[in-house]
Design a protein around this ligand. Structure first.
Ligand code: HEM
Length: 138
């Protein structure tokens, strides 16, 4: 089980130019498979839909810079309390993200890349969840 930072950064470079296509796929996948989270999001996602993907790309680009990543994720995690995000929502976003990445990576989606993204998401989610709980006083 390991994160390969080079692979993660490479795939972020490939994904960035596909912007809105990826965002649409991600939200369609998530809302179709997990309709229970749909009401948490604005009814018209509009251009802001891209913010989550931009954030994922930012995380991927800085995957080996913990000093940048940790404070960023802590702030993001605490900020998600206002969206009523709970720890159990994170695997939903994680699965939807992984499915989206797999779809767009095509043949570049190797077991090693899948494992790297799975681990990277898990680490990022853990930091966000912990910061969110702490900010709630939980
Ligand atoms: C690693 C995981 C996640 C990342 C990187 C992430 C990133 C972001 C970013 C950057 C925004 C834009 C506004 C802001 O900065 O607060 C946002 C908004 C939002 N996120 Fe997350 N998020 C993650 C997980 C989740 C989860 C698990 C949920 C719950 C299902 C969630 C629900 C929302 C909602 C409802 C919004 C507001 C609607 C919107 O502006 O699109 N997020 N997220």
């Amino acid at each position: 089980m390991a994160i390969n930072p080079t692979l993660i950064k490479q795939s972020a470079t490939l994904l960035a130019p596909k912007g809105t296509q990826i965002t649409e796929y991600f939200y369609n996948y998530m809302f179709q498979h997990y309709p229970e989270v749909r009401p948490m999001f604005p009814s018209d996602m509009g251009p802001q839909a891209k913010r989550l993907l931009d954030s994922i790309i930012y995380i991927a680009t800085n995957i080996d810079r913990t000093e940048v990543l940790i404070p960023y994720l802590q702030k993001l995690g605490a900020g998600h309390n206002k969206y009523k995000t709970l720890p159990e929502h994170y695997p939903i976003v994680g699965t939807s993200l992984l499915k989206t990445l797999e779809h767009f990576a095509g043949p570049a989606w190797t077991p090693e890349l899948a494992e790297s993204w799975t681990e990277a998401y898990k680490v990022a989610a853990d930091v966000m969840i912990e910061a969110g709980q702490k900010a709630k006083g939980a």
